[in-house]
Design a protein around this ligand. Structure first.
Ligand code: UGA
Length: 471
Protein backbone atom coordinates (compact mmCIF):
# COMPACT_ATOMS: atom_id res chain seq x y z
CA UNK A 1 0.00 0.00 0.00
CA UNK A 2 1.23 3.53 -0.73
CA UNK A 3 1.55 6.89 0.97
CA UNK A 4 -0.32 9.50 -1.04
CA UNK A 5 -0.90 13.24 -0.90
CA UNK A 6 -3.86 14.83 -2.71
CA UNK A 7 -3.78 18.60 -3.25
CA UNK A 8 -7.22 20.23 -3.46
CA UNK A 9 -10.33 19.10 -1.59
CA UNK A 10 -12.92 19.95 -4.24
CA UNK A 11 -14.97 17.29 -5.98
CA UNK A 12 -12.16 15.51 -7.72
CA UNK A 13 -9.63 15.75 -4.89
CA UNK A 14 -11.91 14.72 -2.06
CA UNK A 15 -13.47 11.80 -3.94
CA UNK A 16 -10.13 10.59 -5.31
CA UNK A 17 -8.39 10.88 -1.94
CA UNK A 18 -11.20 9.11 -0.11
CA UNK A 19 -11.40 6.29 -2.67
CA UNK A 20 -7.62 5.80 -2.60
CA UNK A 21 -7.79 5.59 1.21
CA UNK A 22 -10.65 3.11 0.96
CA UNK A 23 -8.40 0.98 -1.27
CA UNK A 24 -5.99 0.70 1.66
CA UNK A 25 -3.55 3.55 1.03
CA UNK A 26 -2.58 6.22 3.56
CA UNK A 27 -3.81 9.53 2.19
CA UNK A 28 -3.41 13.13 3.29
CA UNK A 29 -5.72 15.61 1.52
CA UNK A 30 -4.45 19.15 1.66
CA UNK A 31 -6.11 22.44 0.89
CA UNK A 32 -4.97 26.01 1.40
CA UNK A 33 -8.34 27.04 2.87
CA UNK A 34 -8.05 26.57 6.64
CA UNK A 35 -11.82 26.67 7.24
CA UNK A 36 -12.42 23.88 4.71
CA UNK A 37 -9.84 21.66 6.41
CA UNK A 38 -11.19 22.47 9.90
CA UNK A 39 -14.68 21.47 8.79
CA UNK A 40 -13.43 18.32 7.08
CA UNK A 41 -11.70 17.33 10.31
CA UNK A 42 -15.10 17.61 12.00
CA UNK A 43 -16.63 15.43 9.28
CA UNK A 44 -18.38 18.34 7.50
CA UNK A 45 -18.00 18.03 3.74
CA UNK A 46 -17.81 21.05 1.40
CA UNK A 47 -19.93 19.24 -1.22
CA UNK A 48 -23.01 17.04 -1.35
CA UNK A 49 -22.16 13.67 -2.84
CA UNK A 50 -24.18 10.54 -2.06
CA UNK A 51 -22.17 8.07 0.07
CA UNK A 52 -19.10 10.28 0.48
CA UNK A 53 -19.68 11.37 4.07
CA UNK A 54 -19.82 7.80 5.38
CA UNK A 55 -16.78 6.85 3.34
CA UNK A 56 -14.76 9.79 4.68
CA UNK A 57 -15.76 8.94 8.25
CA UNK A 58 -14.86 5.26 7.83
CA UNK A 59 -11.40 6.02 6.46
CA UNK A 60 -10.64 8.77 8.97
CA UNK A 61 -11.53 6.36 11.78
CA UNK A 62 -9.31 3.68 10.25
CA UNK A 63 -6.44 6.19 10.27
CA UNK A 64 -6.01 6.04 6.49
CA UNK A 65 -7.37 9.51 5.68
CA UNK A 66 -6.11 12.81 7.09
CA UNK A 67 -6.68 16.47 6.30
CA UNK A 68 -4.15 19.28 6.55
CA UNK A 69 -3.28 22.73 5.26
CA UNK A 70 0.42 21.99 5.54
CA UNK A 71 2.36 20.96 2.45
CA UNK A 72 5.29 19.67 4.52
CA UNK A 73 2.91 17.44 6.49
CA UNK A 74 1.10 16.26 3.35
CA UNK A 75 4.20 15.64 1.29
CA UNK A 76 6.21 13.85 4.00
CA UNK A 77 6.96 10.29 2.77
CA UNK A 78 4.46 10.64 -0.10
CA UNK A 79 5.29 8.43 -3.04
CA UNK A 80 2.45 9.86 -5.10
CA UNK A 81 1.27 13.49 -5.12
CA UNK A 82 -2.02 14.17 -6.89
CA UNK A 83 -2.82 17.68 -8.10
CA UNK A 84 -6.61 18.05 -8.08
CA UNK A 85 -7.14 21.80 -7.93
CA UNK A 86 -9.66 23.61 -10.11
CA UNK A 87 -8.96 25.10 -13.52
CA UNK A 88 -11.74 27.63 -14.08
CA UNK A 89 -12.27 29.52 -17.32
CA UNK A 90 -9.64 32.25 -17.40
CA UNK A 91 -11.02 34.75 -19.89
CA UNK A 92 -14.23 35.21 -21.84
CA UNK A 93 -12.85 33.33 -24.85
CA UNK A 94 -12.51 30.15 -22.80
CA UNK A 95 -8.84 29.65 -21.97
CA UNK A 96 -8.30 27.58 -18.82
CA UNK A 97 -6.91 29.39 -15.79
CA UNK A 98 -3.79 27.51 -14.70
CA UNK A 99 -3.07 29.72 -11.68
CA UNK A 100 -4.01 27.11 -9.07
CA UNK A 101 -2.20 24.26 -10.81
CA UNK A 102 0.98 26.34 -11.10
CA UNK A 103 0.82 27.46 -7.50
CA UNK A 104 0.33 23.83 -6.34
CA UNK A 105 3.38 22.84 -8.43
CA UNK A 106 5.42 25.65 -6.84
CA UNK A 107 4.43 24.55 -3.33
CA UNK A 108 5.32 20.94 -4.14
CA UNK A 109 8.77 22.07 -5.31
CA UNK A 110 9.32 24.11 -2.15
CA UNK A 111 8.51 21.24 0.22
CA UNK A 112 9.62 18.11 -1.60
CA UNK A 113 12.68 16.41 -0.06
CA UNK A 114 12.56 12.98 -1.74
CA UNK A 115 11.53 11.38 -5.03
CA UNK A 116 7.79 11.39 -5.77
CA UNK A 117 5.52 10.97 -8.75
CA UNK A 118 3.37 14.05 -9.35
CA UNK A 119 0.05 13.12 -10.93
CA UNK A 120 -2.16 15.69 -12.55
CA UNK A 121 -5.88 14.96 -12.14
CA UNK A 122 -7.17 18.45 -12.92
CA UNK A 123 -8.43 19.03 -16.47
CA UNK A 124 -5.61 21.06 -17.94
CA UNK A 125 -4.83 22.40 -21.42
CA UNK A 126 -2.76 20.13 -23.61
CA UNK A 127 0.88 20.76 -22.76
CA UNK A 128 0.27 21.57 -19.09
CA UNK A 129 2.22 18.54 -17.89
CA UNK A 130 5.30 20.25 -19.28
CA UNK A 131 4.39 23.44 -17.43
CA UNK A 132 4.04 21.54 -14.15
CA UNK A 133 7.43 19.86 -14.76
CA UNK A 134 9.08 23.19 -15.48
CA UNK A 135 7.58 24.96 -12.46
CA UNK A 136 8.67 22.15 -10.11
CA UNK A 137 12.14 21.87 -11.63
CA UNK A 138 12.73 25.63 -11.40
CA UNK A 139 11.64 25.85 -7.77
CA UNK A 140 13.07 22.72 -6.14
CA UNK A 141 14.78 23.57 -2.85
CA UNK A 142 16.11 20.24 -1.62
CA UNK A 143 18.89 18.38 -3.39
CA UNK A 144 17.36 15.00 -2.49
CA UNK A 145 14.15 15.88 -4.30
CA UNK A 146 13.27 14.25 -7.60
CA UNK A 147 10.05 13.77 -9.54
CA UNK A 148 8.24 12.58 -12.65
CA UNK A 149 4.96 14.02 -13.93
CA UNK A 150 2.05 11.80 -15.00
CA UNK A 151 -1.29 12.95 -16.39
CA UNK A 152 -4.21 10.92 -15.05
CA UNK A 153 -7.44 12.66 -16.06
CA UNK A 154 -10.54 12.05 -13.96
CA UNK A 155 -13.83 10.97 -15.53
CA UNK A 156 -16.11 10.96 -12.49
CA UNK A 157 -19.57 12.48 -12.55
CA UNK A 158 -20.97 14.50 -9.70
CA UNK A 159 -23.72 12.53 -8.00
CA UNK A 160 -22.19 9.21 -9.08
CA UNK A 161 -18.63 10.08 -8.13
CA UNK A 162 -17.87 7.16 -5.83
CA UNK A 163 -19.28 4.57 -8.20
CA UNK A 164 -17.35 6.14 -11.09
CA UNK A 165 -14.15 6.25 -9.05
CA UNK A 166 -14.43 2.60 -8.03
CA UNK A 167 -15.64 1.32 -11.40
CA UNK A 168 -13.95 3.45 -14.05
CA UNK A 169 -14.54 2.63 -17.73
CA UNK A 170 -10.83 3.19 -18.30
CA UNK A 171 -7.77 4.64 -16.59
CA UNK A 172 -5.73 7.01 -18.72
CA UNK A 173 -2.09 7.62 -17.83
CA UNK A 174 0.25 9.82 -19.83
CA UNK A 175 3.91 10.56 -19.20
CA UNK A 176 7.19 11.08 -20.92
CA UNK A 177 8.51 8.57 -18.37
CA UNK A 178 6.62 5.31 -18.97
CA UNK A 179 8.06 3.75 -15.81
CA UNK A 180 6.33 6.40 -13.70
CA UNK A 181 3.05 5.81 -15.53
CA UNK A 182 3.35 2.07 -14.81
CA UNK A 183 3.93 2.75 -11.11
CA UNK A 184 0.71 4.78 -11.02
CA UNK A 185 -1.06 1.94 -12.86
CA UNK A 186 -0.17 -0.33 -9.91
CA UNK A 187 -2.13 1.95 -7.60
CA UNK A 188 -5.26 1.16 -9.59
CA UNK A 189 -4.73 -2.54 -10.37
CA UNK A 190 -7.48 -3.71 -8.00
CA UNK A 191 -10.07 -1.68 -9.96
CA UNK A 192 -9.70 -4.07 -12.93
CA UNK A 193 -10.24 -1.35 -15.52
CA UNK A 194 -8.53 -1.15 -18.90
CA UNK A 195 -5.44 1.10 -18.97
CA UNK A 196 -4.52 3.50 -21.72
CA UNK A 197 -0.86 4.36 -21.19
CA UNK A 198 0.34 7.07 -23.50
CA UNK A 199 2.26 10.37 -23.68
CA UNK A 200 1.34 13.45 -21.65
CA UNK A 201 -0.27 15.46 -24.44
CA UNK A 202 -2.45 12.59 -25.60
CA UNK A 203 -3.68 11.84 -22.07
CA UNK A 204 -4.61 15.49 -21.56
CA UNK A 205 -6.42 15.52 -24.90
CA UNK A 206 -8.39 12.33 -24.14
CA UNK A 207 -10.11 14.16 -21.31
CA UNK A 208 -11.15 17.16 -23.41
CA UNK A 209 -12.20 15.03 -26.37
CA UNK A 210 -14.33 12.79 -24.11
CA UNK A 211 -16.18 15.67 -22.47
CA UNK A 212 -16.61 17.48 -25.80
CA UNK A 213 -18.01 14.32 -27.41
CA UNK A 214 -20.56 13.85 -24.61
CA UNK A 215 -21.55 17.52 -24.88
CA UNK A 216 -21.92 17.03 -28.64
CA UNK A 217 -24.28 14.10 -28.06
CA UNK A 218 -26.42 16.35 -25.85
CA UNK A 219 -26.50 19.24 -28.32
CA UNK A 220 -27.19 16.81 -31.16
CA UNK A 221 -30.25 15.34 -29.46
CA UNK A 222 -31.39 18.84 -28.49
CA UNK A 223 -31.25 19.93 -32.11
CA UNK A 224 -33.15 16.80 -33.12
CA UNK A 225 -35.66 17.66 -30.36
CA UNK A 226 -36.43 20.98 -31.99
CA UNK A 227 -36.95 19.30 -35.35
CA UNK A 228 -39.18 16.69 -33.67
CA UNK A 229 -41.30 19.37 -32.10
CA UNK A 230 -41.86 21.07 -35.46
CA UNK A 231 -42.59 17.87 -37.34
CA UNK A 232 -44.77 16.21 -34.70
CA UNK A 233 -42.38 13.46 -33.56
CA UNK A 234 -41.46 12.56 -29.97
CA UNK A 235 -37.74 12.95 -29.24
CA UNK A 236 -37.92 10.69 -26.18
CA UNK A 237 -38.93 7.77 -28.34
CA UNK A 238 -36.58 8.82 -31.12
CA UNK A 239 -33.72 8.64 -28.64
CA UNK A 240 -34.82 5.21 -27.35
CA UNK A 241 -35.00 3.99 -30.93
CA UNK A 242 -31.58 5.41 -31.77
CA UNK A 243 -29.97 4.13 -28.58
CA UNK A 244 -30.60 0.47 -29.35
CA UNK A 245 -28.01 0.81 -32.08
CA UNK A 246 -24.87 -0.28 -30.22
CA UNK A 247 -22.81 2.21 -32.16
CA UNK A 248 -24.96 5.02 -30.73
CA UNK A 249 -25.96 3.79 -27.25
CA UNK A 250 -28.65 5.12 -24.92
CA UNK A 251 -26.45 7.28 -22.68
CA UNK A 252 -26.39 11.06 -23.01
CA UNK A 253 -29.28 11.16 -25.43
CA UNK A 254 -31.78 12.90 -23.14
CA UNK A 255 -33.05 16.10 -24.69
CA UNK A 256 -33.78 18.93 -22.28
CA UNK A 257 -32.30 22.18 -21.12
CA UNK A 258 -28.79 21.29 -22.23
CA UNK A 259 -25.64 20.72 -20.25
CA UNK A 260 -24.42 22.77 -17.30
CA UNK A 261 -22.08 22.17 -14.38
CA UNK A 262 -18.46 22.87 -13.75
CA UNK A 263 -17.08 20.68 -16.53
CA UNK A 264 -18.81 20.49 -19.91
CA UNK A 265 -19.31 24.25 -20.48
CA UNK A 266 -15.75 25.04 -19.36
CA UNK A 267 -14.10 22.16 -21.20
CA UNK A 268 -15.87 22.66 -24.53
CA UNK A 269 -14.95 26.36 -24.37
CA UNK A 270 -11.34 25.54 -23.50
CA UNK A 271 -11.00 22.97 -26.30
CA UNK A 272 -12.47 25.41 -28.83
CA UNK A 273 -10.06 28.05 -27.55
CA UNK A 274 -7.07 25.73 -27.92
CA UNK A 275 -8.13 24.85 -31.46
CA UNK A 276 -8.72 28.54 -32.32
CA UNK A 277 -5.31 29.41 -30.92
CA UNK A 278 -3.78 26.69 -33.07
CA UNK A 279 -5.20 28.44 -36.15
CA UNK A 280 -8.12 26.05 -36.64
CA UNK A 281 -11.83 26.78 -36.84
CA UNK A 282 -13.56 24.20 -34.62
CA UNK A 283 -17.00 24.55 -36.22
CA UNK A 284 -18.61 21.66 -34.45
CA UNK A 285 -17.55 22.78 -30.98
CA UNK A 286 -18.96 26.25 -31.63
CA UNK A 287 -22.26 24.74 -32.84
CA UNK A 288 -22.42 22.58 -29.70
CA UNK A 289 -22.05 25.68 -27.51
CA UNK A 290 -24.60 27.73 -29.52
CA UNK A 291 -27.24 25.01 -29.38
CA UNK A 292 -26.67 24.59 -25.65
CA UNK A 293 -27.17 28.28 -25.02
CA UNK A 294 -30.34 28.45 -27.13
CA UNK A 295 -31.86 25.49 -25.33
CA UNK A 296 -32.41 27.50 -22.13
CA UNK A 297 -33.98 30.34 -24.08
CA UNK A 298 -36.61 27.97 -25.46
CA UNK A 299 -38.24 27.89 -22.02
CA UNK A 300 -38.85 31.62 -22.22
CA UNK A 301 -40.43 31.42 -25.66
CA UNK A 302 -42.60 28.49 -24.57
CA UNK A 303 -43.78 30.47 -21.54
CA UNK A 304 -44.48 33.54 -23.65
CA UNK A 305 -46.41 31.49 -26.20
CA UNK A 306 -48.55 29.92 -23.51
CA UNK A 307 -49.09 32.87 -21.18
CA UNK A 308 -49.08 35.74 -23.67
CA UNK A 309 -46.88 37.92 -21.49
CA UNK A 310 -44.94 37.19 -18.32
CA UNK A 311 -45.72 40.58 -16.74
CA UNK A 312 -47.24 40.14 -13.25
CA UNK A 313 -47.22 36.36 -13.53
CA UNK A 314 -45.87 33.86 -11.00
CA UNK A 315 -43.61 31.20 -12.43
CA UNK A 316 -42.84 28.08 -10.39
CA UNK A 317 -39.36 26.62 -10.78
CA UNK A 318 -38.88 22.95 -9.87
CA UNK A 319 -35.17 22.32 -9.32
CA UNK A 320 -32.19 24.65 -9.10
CA UNK A 321 -29.11 22.39 -9.23
CA UNK A 322 -27.54 21.85 -12.67
CA UNK A 323 -28.54 18.18 -12.44
CA UNK A 324 -30.07 15.84 -9.84
CA UNK A 325 -28.15 14.38 -6.87
CA UNK A 326 -25.94 17.39 -6.40
CA UNK A 327 -26.25 20.83 -4.84
CA UNK A 328 -23.90 22.26 -7.46
CA UNK A 329 -25.19 25.45 -9.06
CA UNK A 330 -22.31 26.10 -11.45
CA UNK A 331 -23.66 27.03 -14.90
CA UNK A 332 -27.09 25.79 -13.82
CA UNK A 333 -29.85 26.59 -16.36
CA UNK A 334 -32.11 27.63 -13.43
CA UNK A 335 -30.08 30.80 -12.87
CA UNK A 336 -30.50 32.05 -16.46
CA UNK A 337 -34.16 31.07 -16.59
CA UNK A 338 -34.94 32.83 -13.29
CA UNK A 339 -33.06 35.95 -14.42
CA UNK A 340 -34.91 36.07 -17.75
CA UNK A 341 -38.42 35.54 -16.36
CA UNK A 342 -37.87 38.18 -13.68
CA UNK A 343 -36.59 40.60 -16.32
CA UNK A 344 -39.90 40.11 -18.14
CA UNK A 345 -41.90 41.15 -15.07
CA UNK A 346 -42.62 37.78 -13.43
CA UNK A 347 -41.95 36.70 -9.87
CA UNK A 348 -40.77 33.17 -9.16
CA UNK A 349 -41.41 30.47 -6.58
CA UNK A 350 -38.58 27.96 -6.36
CA UNK A 351 -37.78 24.64 -4.72
CA UNK A 352 -34.86 22.22 -4.90
CA UNK A 353 -34.62 19.16 -2.63
CA UNK A 354 -30.90 19.74 -1.95
CA UNK A 355 -29.56 22.93 -3.56
CA UNK A 356 -31.14 25.24 -0.99
CA UNK A 357 -28.24 27.26 0.42
CA UNK A 358 -26.16 26.89 -2.75
CA UNK A 359 -29.21 27.87 -4.82
CA UNK A 360 -29.85 31.03 -2.85
CA UNK A 361 -26.14 31.90 -2.88
CA UNK A 362 -25.93 31.41 -6.67
CA UNK A 363 -28.90 33.72 -7.28
CA UNK A 364 -27.35 36.34 -4.98
CA UNK A 365 -23.99 36.04 -6.73
CA UNK A 366 -25.70 36.65 -10.07
CA UNK A 367 -27.31 39.82 -8.66
CA UNK A 368 -30.81 38.46 -9.05
CA UNK A 369 -33.23 40.54 -7.00
CA UNK A 370 -34.40 38.12 -4.31
CA UNK A 371 -37.48 40.27 -3.67
CA UNK A 372 -38.95 38.51 -6.70
CA UNK A 373 -38.00 35.03 -5.48
CA UNK A 374 -39.91 32.94 -2.93
CA UNK A 375 -38.06 29.88 -1.63
CA UNK A 376 -40.61 27.12 -0.95
CA UNK A 377 -40.28 24.01 1.17
CA UNK A 378 -41.72 21.63 -1.42
CA UNK A 379 -43.07 21.34 -4.95
CA UNK A 380 -46.67 21.91 -3.83
CA UNK A 381 -45.64 25.27 -2.37
CA UNK A 382 -44.11 26.18 -5.72
CA UNK A 383 -47.34 25.32 -7.54
CA UNK A 384 -49.48 27.44 -5.21
CA UNK A 385 -51.21 30.10 -7.38
CA UNK A 386 -48.53 29.77 -10.07
CA UNK A 387 -49.34 30.70 -13.66
CA UNK A 388 -46.87 28.13 -14.95
CA UNK A 389 -44.55 25.48 -13.60
CA UNK A 390 -41.15 24.81 -15.17
CA UNK A 391 -39.24 21.59 -14.45
CA UNK A 392 -35.59 22.58 -14.54
CA UNK A 393 -33.89 19.66 -12.73
CA UNK A 394 -35.15 16.09 -13.04
CA UNK A 395 -34.98 15.11 -9.35
CA UNK A 396 -36.61 11.73 -8.64
CA UNK A 397 -38.86 13.43 -6.11
CA UNK A 398 -40.58 15.30 -8.96
CA UNK A 399 -41.39 12.05 -10.74
CA UNK A 400 -43.67 10.87 -7.96
CA UNK A 401 -45.58 14.05 -7.14
CA UNK A 402 -49.35 14.05 -6.73
CA UNK A 403 -49.95 15.81 -10.04
CA UNK A 404 -53.64 16.31 -9.38
CA UNK A 405 -52.74 18.28 -6.25
CA UNK A 406 -50.16 20.28 -8.23
CA UNK A 407 -52.72 21.00 -10.94
CA UNK A 408 -55.40 22.08 -8.48
CA UNK A 409 -53.04 24.43 -6.64
CA UNK A 410 -52.13 26.42 -9.76
CA UNK A 411 -53.77 29.59 -11.06
CA UNK A 412 -53.22 28.45 -14.65
CA UNK A 413 -52.31 24.79 -15.27
CA UNK A 414 -49.34 25.39 -17.57
CA UNK A 415 -46.57 22.82 -17.22
CA UNK A 416 -43.30 23.35 -19.12
CA UNK A 417 -41.23 20.22 -18.65
CA UNK A 418 -37.63 21.20 -19.39
CA UNK A 419 -36.40 17.66 -18.71
CA UNK A 420 -39.16 15.52 -20.22
CA UNK A 421 -39.93 13.98 -16.85
CA UNK A 422 -43.66 13.49 -17.45
CA UNK A 423 -45.71 11.72 -20.09
CA UNK A 424 -47.59 14.25 -22.23
CA UNK A 425 -50.77 12.15 -22.51
CA UNK A 426 -50.91 11.62 -18.75
CA UNK A 427 -50.49 15.34 -18.10
CA UNK A 428 -53.29 16.02 -20.60
CA UNK A 429 -55.53 13.78 -18.52
CA UNK A 430 -54.83 15.83 -15.38
CA UNK A 431 -55.85 18.91 -17.34
CA UNK A 432 -52.41 20.48 -17.73
CA UNK A 433 -51.42 22.47 -20.75
CA UNK A 434 -48.19 20.53 -21.14
CA UNK A 435 -45.10 21.33 -23.19
CA UNK A 436 -41.99 19.15 -23.10
CA UNK A 437 -38.74 19.55 -24.99
CA UNK A 438 -39.04 18.03 -28.46
CA UNK A 439 -42.27 16.23 -27.83
CA UNK A 440 -45.32 16.65 -30.01
CA UNK A 441 -48.10 18.27 -28.00
CA UNK A 442 -50.49 15.35 -28.46
CA UNK A 443 -48.28 12.47 -29.50
CA UNK A 444 -49.68 9.13 -30.63
CA UNK A 445 -49.72 6.61 -27.78
CA UNK A 446 -46.48 4.75 -27.32
CA UNK A 447 -46.26 1.19 -28.53
CA UNK A 448 -42.79 0.74 -27.05
CA UNK A 449 -42.36 -0.90 -23.67
CA UNK A 450 -41.66 1.88 -21.18
CA UNK A 451 -38.78 -0.06 -19.60
CA UNK A 452 -35.37 0.00 -21.21
CA UNK A 453 -35.81 -3.56 -22.45
CA UNK A 454 -36.41 -5.00 -25.88
CA UNK A 455 -39.53 -6.92 -24.77
CA UNK A 456 -41.61 -7.90 -27.74
CA UNK A 457 -44.67 -5.78 -28.28
CA UNK A 458 -47.82 -7.90 -28.19
CA UNK A 459 -50.29 -7.83 -31.10
CA UNK A 460 -53.04 -6.62 -28.76
CA UNK A 461 -50.92 -3.69 -27.63
CA UNK A 462 -50.16 -2.70 -31.22
CA UNK A 463 -53.85 -3.01 -32.07
CA UNK A 464 -54.86 -0.96 -29.03
CA UNK A 465 -52.35 1.76 -29.88
CA UNK A 466 -53.47 1.94 -33.49
CA UNK A 467 -57.09 2.29 -32.47
CA UNK A 468 -56.18 4.93 -29.90
CA UNK A 469 -54.09 6.94 -32.35
CA UNK A 470 -56.89 6.90 -34.94
CA UNK A 471 -59.53 8.08 -32.53
C1 UGA B 1 -18.94 15.36 -16.57
C2 UGA B 1 -18.54 14.03 -17.21
O1 UGA B 1 -19.70 13.19 -17.38
C3 UGA B 1 -17.52 13.28 -16.35
O2 UGA B 1 -17.11 12.09 -17.03
C4 UGA B 1 -16.31 14.19 -16.14
O3 UGA B 1 -15.38 13.58 -15.28
C5 UGA B 1 -16.77 15.49 -15.51
O4 UGA B 1 -17.74 16.13 -16.35
C6 UGA B 1 -15.54 16.37 -15.36
O5 UGA B 1 -14.98 16.78 -16.38
O6 UGA B 1 -15.05 16.54 -14.24
P1 UGA B 1 -20.64 16.09 -14.59
O7 UGA B 1 -20.33 17.51 -14.96
O8 UGA B 1 -20.66 15.69 -13.16
O9 UGA B 1 -19.58 15.10 -15.32
O10 UGA B 1 -22.09 15.83 -15.13
P2 UGA B 1 -22.82 14.85 -16.15
O11 UGA B 1 -23.61 13.86 -15.40
O12 UGA B 1 -21.91 14.36 -17.18
O13 UGA B 1 -23.88 15.88 -16.79
C7 UGA B 1 -23.43 17.05 -17.44
C8 UGA B 1 -24.60 17.85 -17.95
O14 UGA B 1 -25.19 17.22 -19.08
C9 UGA B 1 -25.74 18.07 -16.96
O15 UGA B 1 -26.10 19.43 -17.02
C10 UGA B 1 -26.86 17.19 -17.47
O16 UGA B 1 -28.13 17.72 -17.16
C11 UGA B 1 -26.60 17.23 -18.96
N1 UGA B 1 -27.12 16.05 -19.68
C12 UGA B 1 -26.58 14.83 -19.48
C13 UGA B 1 -28.14 16.21 -20.60
O17 UGA B 1 -28.64 17.33 -20.82
N2 UGA B 1 -28.58 15.12 -21.29
C14 UGA B 1 -28.06 13.89 -21.10
O18 UGA B 1 -28.54 12.93 -21.78
C15 UGA B 1 -27.05 13.73 -20.17
Amino acid sequence: MSVICVIGTGYVGLVTGTCLADMGNTVTCIDIIQEKIDRLKQGILPIYEPGLEEMVERNVQAGRLNFSTSYSEGLADSEFIFIAVNTPTGNHQGSADMRYVESAARSIAEHLDHYAIVINKSTVPVGSGDVVSRVIRNNLKNENAGFAVVSNPEFLREGAAIRDCQNPDRIVLGSSEPEAAHKVAHLYLQLRAPFVITDLYTAEMIKYASNAFLATKISFINEIAQVCERLGADVKQVSVGMGYDKRIGHAFLDAGLGYGGSCFPKDVRALAYMADEAGLHPQMLHAVMDINHDQRRLIISKLNNLLGSLRNTTIGILGLAFKPNTDDMREAPAVDIIRWVISQGASVRVYDPVAKETGRAALERENINLEHVTFCSDAYGVADQADALVVVTEWNEFKSLNMQRIHDAMRRPVLVDGRNVYEPSEMDRYGFIYRGMGRATNPAPSILPSSDSSTEVSDELVQESLIASES
